[in-house]
Design a protein around this ligand. Structure first.
Ligand SMILES: Cc1cc2nc3c(=O)[nH]c(=O)nc-3n(C[C@H](O)[C@H](O)[C@H](O)COP(=O)(O)O)c2cc1C
Length: 193
């Protein structure tokens, strides 16, 4: 008995689902508004800060066939069309085991005043896995703030609780990281981390 107990492995903090939240995000590199060509997306920077400040795990939503343009003007056209068509672009899996998490942060850039449509694909395809969780939205943007991400997330995931979100200007995530880290840190502390 004692040997069996000794042999049992303690869960490591590195393993998924060992207490921290999951941080799910969508973000683009390439040319972005006001920041030029970037090799790490604005939302990705904020997502990584949240993971560091909470001890959470990251999952990036990547388009399954990534043919999004890398220039800003062309990307805005594609995004506008997706929105007009109420499209549901596919993302690449596999999604982590959502049952391992009570709290899930979900972030994306504001695209035309809304979540990018690929996020609605995610919300709808994972509605049952997200049910009963606390979802905390975050955005990066250039003026629209949270753009109703919280309300729209609650509507898309009616069986989840939605916590207080955070909106960060994209250029600040890119160029004022010390300030943004302070805001992220204060916010996650206010949420109990
Ligand atoms: C297609 C598209 C649409 C956008 N629409 C808005 C918008 O409606 N409101 C806003 O404040 N910013 C808008 N932006 C700016 C982005 O939200 C901002 O640059 C964001 O930080 C980009 O994040 P990312 O690098 O993680 O993709 C838009 C950007 C793109 C590419």
């Amino acid at each position: 008995m004692k040997e069996a107990e000794e042999a049992r492995e303690e869960p490591s903090a590195e393993e998924p689902g060992t207490g921290g939240p999951l941080i799910i995000y969508f973000s683009r590199t390439g040319e972005q508004y006001t920041v030029g060509v970037i090799d790490k997306g604005n939302t990705a920077i904020v997502a990584e800060m949240i993971a560091e400040e909470t001890g959470g795990d990251l999952f990036e939503i990547l388009p399954r066939d990534d043919d999004y343009p890398m220039t800003y003007e062309e990307l805005t056209d594609v995004a506008r069309e997706e929105q007009a068509l109420n499209a549901r672009p596919s993302y690449a899996g596999p999604v982590p085991d959502l049952s391992a998490y009570d709290t899930i942060f979900i972030g994306a850039p504001v695209w035309w005043g809304d979540w990018p449509m690929i996020m609605y694909t995610f919300f709808e395809e994972n509605a049952s896995g997200l049910a009963g969780k606390t979802l905390i939205p975050f955005s990066t943007h250039e003026g629209s703030g949270l753009a109703g991400f919280d309300r729209k997330l609650a509507a898309a995931c009616p069986d989840s609780a939605v916590g207080e979100g955070l909106a960060i200007p994209g250029h600040e995530a890119q160029d004022q990281q010390e300030t943004v880290r302070g805001q992220v840190s204060d916010w996650v502390r206010s949420l109990g981390y």
